[in-house]
Ligand binder design. Sequence first.
Ligand code: FAD
Length: 357
Amino acid sequence: MLYNRGRMQTEFLIVGQGLAGTTLAWRLLERGRSFVIVDRDEAVTCSRAAAGLVTPVTGLRLTLNWRYDALHPEAVRFYREKEGLLGGRFYHPRPLVRLLKTEEEAAHWQRRRHDERVRRYIHPTPPEPLVDEHCIANPLGGFQQRHAGFLDTAAFLDASRGHFQALGCWRRGEVREDEIEIDESRACWAGGSFGTVVFCQGWEAARSRWFSWLPFDPARGTILTLRGDVGETRRIINRGCWLVPRGDGLIRAGSTYEMRFDRPHEADAREVDALLAKLHAVMKTGFEVVSEQTAVRPVIKWRNAMIGRHPAHPQLAIFNGLGSKGVLRAPFIARRLTEHLLDGTALDSEFDVQANL
Ligand SMILES: Cc1cc2nc3c(=O)[nH]c(=O)nc-3n(C[C@H](O)[C@H](O)[C@H](O)COP(=O)(O)OP(=O)(O)OC[C@H]3O[C@@H](n4cnc5c(N)ncnc54)[C@H](O)[C@@H]3O)c2cc1C
């Protein structure tokens, strides 16, 4: 049992079992270290709501995702290893069709497509026509990306939790900051003694007494599950919004991106209407909305992630800022944090919490 209640000290207390907490727990396990991971076990969280997309060429500017050449193989290897251990299938490689929305975007793509770094992710001979035009509107054409896919995040988190539970190092509960006592060498919570507490709380760290000084910029998002026809069972389609066929007749579609919000789990009707309008513009044969989920992305301004020890309390650390790209980034960032915590390896200033002082 890795979690030693009472007298012996456990090395790490991980607060939160989203993608951040889960990947960190796996990285610590790979190094044979002791931890307990505590999670509220909510039905809808950011990691559970996520479509789980991993996409090479993204955004309005059609740029290559941050460090994709290194992060993509590391992420695929990580999820495949866990599938082997847990006996499930969580990561699904899928071609991704990006349809161009405006004349301006189409012109931009004509320039971008010659960029060598982007070209290696573009399929040289995509199907003709690119999409089934009975179902999908495609007035401006597009391109097909390879080395993309999606993670079934809920299945990955559930299977990981089962594994951690079997090892005796997962606990349902809430870690309240006022229940944590810190002295020079350790932190105590609920009768346990820990070398380091790592906060993997997602956007709620924006309210933390220890970490709220970071430039948090959380963004609420709503994702829909649809019944409809996109003429595909495998490829992901993106035209102003993305459509992920799940292979069971259902399609995940999204999402909204709202930086001003009061209620984290309530969708904004106007934002959802705007998303529905985009979906109607692309799905010619209509659709039925089966369900919707709303959650908040942990975004930190100008950063792709933020990790490290608290500058004044080294017994406290954070893993946050995965933004909209947690599936791709988490395995790499979790490894870097683990190397930092265990070996003292310096962090890149790009994601070092202390470089933000
Ligand atoms: C609509 C939507 C679509 C998305 N689509 C994608 C996508 O396609 N691809 C992609 O890569 N990313 C996507 N994301 C982003 C992705 O979900 C995030 O990057 C990632 O989930 C962040 O993980 P996290 O562990 O930091 O936070 P969270 O998932 O929020 O996890 C935090 C966990 O900590 C728990 N917790 C918090 N405080 C406490 C406490 N005090 N005690 C105990 N437990 C606590 C919470 O209950 C939760 O389980 C999407 C997000 C949204 C909202």
